[in-house]
Design a protein around this ligand. Structure first.
Ligand code: C2O
Ligand code: CU
Ligand code: CU
Length: 539
């Protein structure tokens, strides 16, 4: 059953400013706008090609609201006092302070999680303490992380997938001296630095469909058939010849992306500059890169001499090796609140036509770059060194913590055979402890992008990797090039064992005094809202 009023000819399109267009009309990305240098508040030097840039430190109030009850579309609005910006792209420099009131105007509880940042429990927004509908909460923190692309999104258990699919996923671009030096070395034109949140959505008959997963989709994940880049379908960005720097985030509910760039039939090589937690020590030349949900990549692409470049997710075998059926799990937290759109969530929603979505691993066009402007000179050489980043530490004497990812007939995917229990602390670690985590995914499984709150980590080794990832494992220890950077989210393929080095050092300062609770979970949002999450504490 289609709950969208087709006859009324609505096309819900989550561009920065909400707009309804007649059904059938193409909703082509107007979301990028022209380049903009100045920002409200402290003026970061980062020049992002977006008309929605707001300085993190300038935000006084962040409103979370539903804009379209038919399709369940939502947005963040940043209020600086001087202006209101819908779906803001926040920019900051290391050391800046965020101090704002989060106002929940949704009909559901929400939470504001800053994914990837080093935060105390009170500011992490992981959903231990969600904001009820109509309530507000003040959040204050100092930004301590390296330059890179981070993001913010809802985290109320049982509602996360629906709210992120509804459009609640914001970018936070952090700059520092390494970042400035890189832009200068690339001689980036003002239009050539882009930060893009990529999502897949379901569009049927020109109408954006609301979130209504079947029990089957609650097990595998909710997949769309079209891609949004910063909220726009078929986004096109005009860039100048020379280097283009792209910071990409996968905000899909469940879809893994194998990002590549096409010029006609051929793939355009590019350079990996950084990952979740900032720049690599040196760039790596690639032709394709996996970007699973929650992960980020920072890329440089030389477009000199090209007319147009199409960013795509290439076809790959997604390794969904599962048997057994899903039991429709219930979300007790959901029982008091209606869905964002007129549909039920994960509790026996009516089936959808298979044509409404593309399976995981199917080819999917993402966005386009149009190269316009004077020919210009050749792009300058890439710097050989990007940042001071040591090799991943071996820590032969570190304590090893082993975890298993499994499928459970009753609960779906779980960590260590345990469904999520909001009150439970699965384990505690001492502040400053150095641990090696060894996470093993069962052979009968799916790829799980596992995310750690509170701490970035390093990838030490992959074993038992098969499928499409094996071929990209060019680095020591069976690792992929993206494993060389600081990570907060790492995909673990079926049958694979991944070893991570985690340093549980917390910053000093009043905010971090006392026990801090964090979460470790799968960033496939249906798995996260299902049961694939655990709390842990740092003492
Ligand atoms: Cu991006 Cu716990 O999430
Ligand atoms: Cu997170
Ligand atoms: Cu998962």
């Amino acid at each position: 059953m289609n709950r969208v009023r087709r006859g009324a000819g609505y096309l819900a399109c989550a561009v920065g400013r909400r707009r309804f267009l007649a059904a059938g009309a193409a909703c082509v990305g107007a979301a990028f706008g022209g380049p903009l240098t100045g920002c409200a508040g402290a003026a970061p030097r980062t020049t992002l090609a977006s008309d929605r840039v707001v300085g993190l430190a300038a935000v006084r109030r962040l409103l979370v609201e539903r804009t379209d009850p038919v399709a369940g579309r939502c947005r963040y609005v940043a209020d600086t006092g001087a202006r209101q910006v819908a779906q803001p792209v926040l920019v900051a420099r290391r050391g800046e302070v965020f101090d704002a009131v989060i106002e929940n105007a949704l009909p559901q509880p929400t939470a504001l999680h800053f994914h990837g940042l080093t935060l105390a429990e009170a500011a992490d927004g992981a959903g231990f303490d969600p904001i009820a509908p109509g309530e507000r909460k003040r959040v204050r923190f100092e930004l301590l992380n390296r330059s890179g692309l981070y993001w913010f999104h809802p985290h109320p258990h049982g509602f996360t997938a629906e709210q992120i699919y509804g459009g609640l996923a914001g970018l936070l671009v952090v700059a520092d001296e390494d970042d400035d030096a890189l832009d200068a070395a690339l001689r980036l034109a003002p239009a050539n630095r882009l930060a893009l949140a990529l999502a897949d959505v379901r569009v049927a008959n020109g109408v954006l469909r609301p979130y209504a997963p079947t029990p089957e989709e609650c097990l595998h994940g909710w997949y769309g058939n079209r891609a949004l880049a910063n909220g726009a379908l078929e986004a096109q960005q005009t860039v100048a010849p020379g280097w283009v720097r792209l910071q990409l985030l996968n905000t899909c509910n469940a879809r893994g992306l194998l990002v590549a760039f096409r010029d006609g039939e051929s793939l355009v090589p590019f350079h990996l500059l950084g990952t979740d937690g900032g720049l690599l020590s040196a760039p790596r030349e690639l032709e394709r890169v996996f970007l699973h949900t929650g992960e980020r990549v920072d890329l440089a692409l030389n477009v000199t001499g090209r007319g147009a470049v199409a960013a795509v997710s290439l076809e790959f075998d997604p390794r969904h090796h599962m048997q057994g059926t899903a039991s429709a799990h219930r979300h007790p937290a959901r029982e008091r609140y209606a869905p964002l759109a007129a549909a039920t969530v994960c509790e026996g929603a009516p089936g959808v036509a298979a044509t409404d979505f593309l399976p995981d691993g199917a080819e999917l066009p993402l966005f386009g770059l149009r190269v316009v402007g004077a020919g210009g000179g050749a792009a300058p050489p890439l710097p050989a060194r990007l940042a001071a980043l040591a090799e991943a530490p071996a820590w032969p004497d570190a304590a090893v913590r082993r975890m298993r990812l499994d499928f459970d007939e009753q609960f779906g995917f779980v960590i260590d055979q345990s469904p999520y229990r909001s009150e439970e602390i699965a384990f505690s670690v001492d502040r400053g402890a150095r641990e090696v985590w060894e996470i093993k995914n069962s052979p009968i499984s799916m790829p799980h992008p596992m995310h750690l709150h509170g701490f970035g980590f390093r990838v030490l080794q992959r074993q038992g990797t098969f499928g499409p990832a094996r071929r990209l494992a060019t680095e020591a220890g069976g690792r992929l090039p993206t494993d060389l950077g600081v990570k907060d989210t790492v995909v673990i393929w079926p049958n694979e064992t991944v070893r991570l080095a985690v340093d549980f050092a917390l910053p000093g300062g009043a905010a971090f005094v006392g026990r801090q609770r964090y979460m470790f979970h799968c960033h496939n949002l249906e798995h996260e809202d299902g049961m694939m999450m655990r709390n842990y504490a740092v003492l």
